[in-house]
Design a protein around this ligand. Structure first.
Ligand SMILES: NC(=O)c1ccc[n+]([C@@H]2O[C@H](COP(=O)([O-])OP(=O)(O)OC[C@H]3O[C@@H](n4cnc5c(N)ncnc54)[C@H](O)[C@@H]3O)[C@@H](O)[C@H]2O)c1
Length: 86
């Protein structure tokens, strides 16, 4: 089964990705590295997933994507965190 997780390196997304991979799902993760967090922090969040062959990172802004991969499940977690910034 193929899954798509937007915001895959986020606080919630990275845990979901690890759980899905643990359960044998194929995961396409979409992430856009914004200035709101350091890239290092977000790469640390994905450190387990990046070692797994069932994970593929798509580095894109979802607002700029006109086509999404064909998958069985979508988990949409990409968001601008923080009340003022959002
Ligand atoms: N963390 C919480 O306690 C909590 C509680 C309730 C609801 N939520 C909701 O869950 C969702 C995820 O929260 P989180 O804490 O993991 O946030 P997070 O900020 O850690 O992760 C979301 C990630 O989405 C990415 N993103 C933002 N815009 C994007 C875009 N246009 N394209 C691709 N990626 C983009 C950001 O870089 C960000 O790191 C949000 O909708 C949030 O409101 C979070």
């Amino acid at each position: 089964m193929k899954t798509l997780v937007t915001g895959c390196a986020g606080f919630i997304g990275c845990h979901l990705v690890d759980k899905l991979l643990e359960q044998g799902y194929e995961v396409l993760g979409i992430y856009f590295f914004t200035d709101y967090y350091t890239r290092e922090l977000k790469e640390t969040n994905l450190s387990n997933a990046l070692k797994n062959n069932n994970f593929k990172l798509i580095e894109e802004d979802i607002l700029e994507m006109d086509k999404f991969p064909d998958v069985d499940y979508v988990f949409h977690l990409a968001a601008q965190a923080g009340v003022r910034a959002s």
